[in-house]
Structures are given as C-alpha cells and as structure tokens.
Unconditional design. Sequence first.
Length: 237
Amino acid sequence: MNYSYLDCLAVLGVGGAHPGGLKLTKDLLANENLNESTKILDAGCGTGQTSAYIAREYGCHLTALDNNAIMVEKANERFLAGEVPLKAVEGTVEELPFAGGSFDIVLSESVLLFTDIAKSIPEIARVLKPNGKLIAIEMAMESKIRDKELEPLKGLYENAYFRTEEEWNQAFSHAGFKTVKAEKPEVQFDPEDIDTVPDYSLSEPMDPVYFDIMKDHEEMMKSYENTLGFRAFICNK
Ligand SMILES: C[S@@+](CC[C@H](N)C(=O)[O-])C[C@H]1O[C@@H](n2cnc3c(N)ncnc32)[C@H](O)[C@@H]1O
C-alpha cells in the first residue's frame, strides 16, 4: 500500500499543519476586524485547530470543510471535546457546496498547493462576498528551480504543485482578486510555545509507516530550507 503525505497527516491527526502554525494564524487574524457577524470558511480545515481558535476567540460564524473523511472526523472530535459549537463538513475546495457570496473571509492554510488551482481559487472567489478576502498561507519556492531538483519533493508530496510567489500572485489575480499582497512572515520555531508546534490526535491502530513518512517530511523540509519558503497571501476581491 502506498500512503500519501496527506493520508499521513490525517492518520496522525496533525493540527496546525501549515508553515508558521497557530502562531502565524493568530498574528494574521489580529489584523482583521473579526466579530460575531463575520462569516469565515476554513477551507481545508484539517483537524480544525484554526476553526476552533477563531470560534472561541472571536465568536465568528465559522464553516470548516475538508475533503478527507478522517480529518473531518477529527475536527468534529476536537469541537466536541472543546465544546465549540461547530460541525466540520466533507467537501472539496474545487467544488464548494456553498452559494456565491456566502463568506467575508476564506482562510486556506497550506491547502491550495494540493488542489487544482484552476478550479479551487475561482471557487473561493465565487463564495466570497463582493468585498471578501482570501487569506492563504502557502509554501513558495524562493526561486524557480529545475524540475529534476523538484523530483524528491514531488515523490513525497504527490499531487502537490510548488510555485514561486510570482506564480501564486498570478494565479490569484487571474481568478479575479483585485489586490494581492504577499507577506513573508518571520516565525521562529519555539518548543516552549505550543502555538508554534503542531498538535496530534492519533488514529488507532497506527501503522508505524506513518511515523517514517513524517520523518521523511521533516528531513525533506530541512534539505529544501533555502529553496522552499512560504508566504501569507492577502487577496481582496
Ligand atoms: C497540510 S494540511 C493543512 C490542514 C489545516 N489547514 C492546518 O493548517 O492544519 C492540508 C489539508 O488540506 C486538505 N485538502 C487537500 N486537498 C483538498 C481539497 N481539494 N479540498 C478540500 N481539502 C483538501 C487535506 O485533507 C488536509 O487536511
């Protein structure tokens, strides 16, 4: 059986599985004027760490969606355990099950690189209100590198597509976002600060192969640390 990196994240139940972790999410959201009437879609919510935080901290109207049934189940377990009144739904970002103009903000944290952006980014634009905003945290190549050098990355993160900041900017503009701002946040990994480290909710029984895939991921990130960075894209419709 061939396990994908995304299967691995789901089975290990990795929460905060995006560059910068919950710390970066909190910093970005502090710049927004969030309140109980703000409608937010957490597209590709994973185990729901971000959704639970926003619902608790700001009381926003939250919708959490992911296309992985295990992730959806674990997000709902998190919401139940934390008494957060949310229910994650299964669905795909390429075909969002929501009416046009439904959300003030769509948040997408390390998700779009795994999607078909010719469909997912226009879908996000469609479900946003006329003055809505997409906040996307995505890995970005610091410079264009040859396909051959990308092969090991492609091997581990199958179906992922690695883009430069410029390529992401173009994709967002092409989908109709009027302004696109790319930020290069500095977030220091700090083992003492739980907001900078992921949390886990393991499935049982656990095949040890998943720990190997995670180890490969950590080694891969290290070996590409000068080539592969990340950006927070703030895109206004
Ligand atoms: C790297 S994880 C990030 C999860 C979460 N945003 C976080 O920061 O912890 C990527 C997530 O995107 C989800 N995903 C990937 N492709 C998707 C798609 N086409 N539609 C919906 N969710 C998708 C995966 O199942 C996974 O939960």
